[in-house]
Design a protein around this ligand. Structure first.
Ligand code: XMP
Length: 522
């Protein structure tokens, strides 16, 4: 399979670079800059992209690479730090600029349109996203300038003969108007790729390789009802049918009707052939959670109880050959197994294997996919859109959206309020009646505050709970801003919630960004 390597120098957009390459229908993987040259050669890449990074390439100890990387006969594209490093290593000069160049910047493509393949189809003046202190003050021998800005003499340069390209700005972010064009020019034309990375082909080849790997063995998967484990379940079911057993633990902290929805897709009357076990553990969870209000303890109890329930089911099934997991590529990169930037954080899906299930090997059919690719694969496999485009949902479920003690009654309240909220927001968005409402928030849900207050309904005094509505926009869920929803929509949600959900007499809208808040309330 043709492959592009993204060499990671620690920049914040590195996964985005890889996703953009995949969007050009070429498979790519992220590797640390420390990867030995022999390993890089052995992978036989069609092209190499060097990413941005936070360092200055001329400082001692800065992440670097040898000049040999540029002599492999493979096209190389350096981005930001990667561009500067290429120039530095090949004999150019990089220096600190007087001022940082940051944000949308007008850029002039030198020599006019179509002068060389990288800038093919890019107009002579175009806006790009800049973020740098250092700049290339002298080109390495054999290079020519492809673009400049008012403050930056080398916004892009190339040694066309050797297929070496360097871009000071970030073509991977959408603020760079023709960035996707430039990447596509590099990935498809300069690297001379066919573009055969497509989700239908992925599904087909993965089904084949799962069959080869599993043989007539047995596979066990914990199905949460989320996108990743559902797509993993569907892939495995298509590949090995009844050799797959999915255990779905309904902990009573799912969204309204979610348990039944999952069962309708993967259960006996669903479209897939597999063994589906639904464990209705609601009571068990509510008993464990009774009287507990400290957020971390709640999380711990919910997590531990999951392991216990899953373990009991696994024991009934007996030894299996494989334990399947819905790990996806960002989990792998973020655990520092692939890239550079992420060694900071260890993801719960990787490494933290349950040690209580008797299995020989792990199988992770989505390990190479980004989230948007998982969704596309899900659609290919015939999973309904409402599940495939489901919002992120925390493992502890509504347990972290009910402040204080969790009870069956509180779960009912938050489920009903949340269903109304999601329905009204989606309806308002789809109606097109609100010109400013151009994008659904990245995550939106209702939570139950532990606060009760006095109200009046009919002629009666009420003393009921307050619901908090949350809606955020975010790129990476590490930071987030509260989303601006049309006032009428919020009013409608408020009125429906108070009228339809028994036990609620007040509705708040949460304006807090992250930081200082988190997205979930606990
Ligand atoms: P916070 O609340 O930390 O959430 O701002 C960031 C994102 O992560 C989700 N989240 C979780 N996901 N297990 C998960 O799988 C968890 O324990 C968990 N806690 C929060 C949250 O929904 C948001 O998308």
């Amino acid at each position: 399979m043709e492959k592009i390597l993204v060499i990671d120098f620690g920049g914040q957009y590195n996964q985005l670079v890889a996703r953009r390459v995949r969007e050009c229908n070429v498979y790519c993987e992220i590797f640390s800059y420390k990867t030995p040259l022999d390993k890089i050669k052995a992978m036989n890449p069609k092209g190499i992209i060097l990413t941005g990074g936070p360092n200055s390439c001329y400082e001692a100890g800065a992440p670097s690479c040898g000049p040999e990387l540029f002599n492999l006969g493979v096209p190389v594209l350096g981005l930001c730090y990667g561009a500067q490093l290429m120039q530095h290593v090949l004999g150019g000069k990089v220096e600190k600029a007087d001022a940082r160049e940051y944000g949308k910047t007008l850029t002039y493509i030198d020599g006019g349109m179509g002068k060389n393949e990288l800038m093919e189809g890019v107009p002579e003046e175009t806006v790009v996203w800049m973020s740098h202190f250092d700049y290339i003050s002298k080109l390495a021998p054999g290079f020519e300038v492809l673009a400049h800005t008012d403050n930056c003499p080398v916004a892009a340069c190339a040694n066309v003969e050797k297929n070496l390209y360097a871009i000071q700005f970030h073509p991977e972010v959408l603020h760079t108007e023709y960035g996707i064009n430039m990447l596509n020019n590099f990935v498809r034309n300069i690297c001379d790729t066919e573009g055969s990375w497509r989700m239908d082909a992925f599904v087909e080849s993965t089904i084949k390789s799962i069959r080869e790997k599993v043989g007539d063995g047995k596979v066990l998967l914990a199905l949460s009802g989320g996108v990743d484990s559902s797509v993993a379940a569907a892939l495995l079911a298509k590949a090995i049918g009844k050799q797959l057993t999915c255990v779905f633990v309904d902990h009573g902290l799912l969204r309204k009707n979610e348990g039944d929805e999952v069962e309708s897709i993967f259960g006996e009357n669903g479209q897939f052939e597999l063994n589906f076990i639904r464990v209705n553990a609601q009571e068990r969870y509510y008993n464990k959670l009774a009287g507990v209000s400290e957020p971390e303890r709640k999380r711990k109890i919910i997590g531990e109880e999951f392991i216990r329930v899953f373990e009991e089911e696994a024991k009934k099934i007996g030894a299996v050959d494989f334990l399947a997991q819905g790990t996806i590529y960002p989990d792998v990169v973020e655990s520092g197994l692939g890239g550079e930037s992420a060694v900071i954080k260890s993801h719960h899906n990787v490494g933290g294997l349950p040690d209580f299930v008797d299995f020989k090997e792990i199988i992770e059919p989505l390990r190479d996919l980004f989230k948007d690719e998982v969704r596309k694969a899900g659609l290919e496999l015939g999973i309904p859109e409402y599940l495939v485009f489901r919002q992120p949902f925390p493992g502890p479920g509504l347990g972290v959206r009910i402040i204080g003690e969790v009870t069956a009654e509180k779960v009912r309240i938050v489920q009903d309020a949340d269903a109304i909220y999601r329905e009204e927001v989606a309806k308002a968005f789809e109606s097109g009646e609100y010109p400013k409402f151009t994008k659904l928030p990245d995550q939106y849900f209702a939570a139950l505050t532990n606060m009760r207050s006095v109200g009046v309904m009919g002629d009666e005094r009420t003393y009921d709970y307050a619901i908090a509505l949350r809606a955020v926009n975010t790129v990476d869920f590490m930071t987030a801003d509260s989303a601006e929803l049309p006032w009428e929509v919020l009013q409608k949600v408020m009125s429906r919630t108070i009228n339809e959900v028994r036990g609620v007499n007040r509705v708040f809208y949460d304006l807090t960004s992250k930081p200082p808040g988190t997205i979930e309330l606990e």
